[in-house]
Design a binder for this molecule. Structure first.
Ligand SMILES: Cc1cc2nc3c(=O)[nH]c(=O)nc-3n(C[C@H](O)[C@H](O)[C@H](O)COP(=O)(O)OP(=O)(O)OC[C@H]3O[C@@H](n4cnc5c(N)ncnc54)[C@H](O)[C@@H]3O)c2cc1C
Length: 380
């Protein structure tokens, strides 16, 4: 494709790829420039869990619903397997049931169900403990295996939409129409910078004003339990971490009780997500430790808390750990993402809440409408 491109995207994580997808679908001639051979950070270390239920009420929840729909459409076209659907959030304290019941009474509860303990045991006997008080069941989620899905998305963008990928190429300066890279100059009329947790290479002074920090998460892959999970699983601890539940007044009582009963879990920022891969293995996490520069030493105590919560919430003895890894994402205290404007033809997009797989495509629509004008026909 001859230069100049219409649009240069910097960063081939899910946020960069989401922007490339929406732009290419609207006929833009796109080049994606990535420092590594392929995405190797948060975007392939995550659960691949496109979560709607539990996202912060309002904008994030709406972005997640839209992004889930876009994922579902693209998955078909790009040959990406939707590995799991929905969510089962197990409830084992009356305070947790109260949060789930309150959630169900909001607009966010649309389509969700609150099962009693007996209904939970009858419907999901594989994972329901004898003393479980119930479960919140959502049909809205989809789950992809990110480290397989992203390369498929890249191949589809390249083959079907003629998106050009320049990999092992660092962008040193983005001032369209001139994009200076470690391999020479690329020409593009506009640029969207999606740098993930790199706060220093491009527009550091713009990024600094958002007072970002980094969050490090511990993750594990467990051997197959020998059966298919009915859906991704979460638990009581998730109700005080995910803003869609945690901001409800009923969450205060649950938080107080958890502080008494699971203080080590809260201190390590542990809550439970369990998803299952095609080979039956389980991806299980996670913990949350915050720092300007997270050290590389993942505490064993956090891992022990995750496995402890796995056993309590699923009624299963944890299968052996077969892989461990950490991941890092940017966080801000006061926003879940931002679209910044360093120049007329430049946008800088960072998701600051660990929800990029769940909200990225809809954020990309907003960015492109912002860049090209809401009436340009690029994105709704
Ligand atoms: C362990 C873990 C679990 C998670 N689970 C989920 C989940 O289940 N669901 C969900 O919605 N979200 C989840 N998240 C959050 C989600 O993964 C992130 O929000 C998302 O991946 C951020 O994508 P990104 O493209 O902004 O960043 P990244 O994936 O970090 O990609 C940024 C890319 O930009 C490149 N880059 C940066 N600067 C330059 C430069 N100057 N030149 C060239 N290239 C550059 C980098 O090399 C990198 O590849 C999780 C995160 C982690 C860490």
């Amino acid at each position: 494709m001859p230069e100049p491109y219409d649009l240069a995207i910097i960063g081939a994580g899910i946020i960069g790829l989401a922007h490339a997808t929406i732009a290419a679908q609207h006929g833009k001639r796109v080049v994606v420039i990535e420092r590594d051979q392929r995405a190797n950070g948060a975007s392939i270390r995550n659960f691949g869990f496109i979560t709607v239920t539990g996202q912060e009420r309002g904008q994030s929840w709406r972005l997640a619903r839209r992004t889930r729909n876009i994922w579902a459409g693209i998955a078909t076209q790009a040959g990406i397997e939707i590995a799991q659907h929905g969510l089962v959030l197990t409830l084992r304290r009356p305070e947790a049931v109260a949060v789930a019941a309150a959630f169900l009474n909001t607009e966010m509860g649309d389509g969700c169900d609150l099962l009693t303990g007996a209904e939970f045991r009858q419907r999901f006997p594989e994972i329901a403990a004898g003393d479980a008080l119930g479960a919140l069941v959502s049909p809205h989620e989809v789950r992809v295996e990110s480290h397989i899905a992203l390369p498929k998305l890249v191949a589809w963008l390249a083959n079907v939409h003629n998106v050009i990928f320049l990999t092992e190429t660092a962008v040193l300066e983005a001032s369209p129409p001139r994009i200076a890279t470690s391999r020479g100059v690329v020409h593009a009329d506009a640029a969207i910078v999606c740098p993930g947790e790199d706060f220093v290479s491009l527009f550091p002074e713009r990024i600094a004003q958002y007072r970002l920090r980094k969050c490090r998460l511990s993750m594990m892959r467990l051997a197959s339990p020998g059966f298919r999970l009915p859906a991704p699983v979460m638990s009581d601890l998730s109700l005080v971490r995910y803003a869609g539940y945690a901001a409800l007044p009923q969450a205060a009582c649950l938080r107080t009780r958890l502080a008494q009963e699971q203080a080590a879990h809260l201190a390590n920022g542990v809550h439970l997500i369990v998803v299952q891969s095609a080979d039956g293995t389980l991806v299980v996490g996670d913990s949350h430790h915050y720092a300007d520069l997270p050290d590389p030493f993942a505490p064993a105590a956090a891992e022990a808390c995750i496995l402890d919560e796995f056993a309590r919430a699923t009624n299963l003895a944890p299968p052996p750990v077969v892989e461990r890894w950490t991941g890092v994402y940017p966080v801000a205290e006061d926003r879940t993402f931002f679209i910044d404007t360093p120049g007329e033809n430049i946008r800088l997009v960072i998701v600051t809440s660990g929800t990029g797989a769940s909200t990225g495509f809809a954020i990309a629509e907003q960015t492109l409408a912002n860049l090209y004008g809401a009436t340009s026909g690029v994105a709704p």
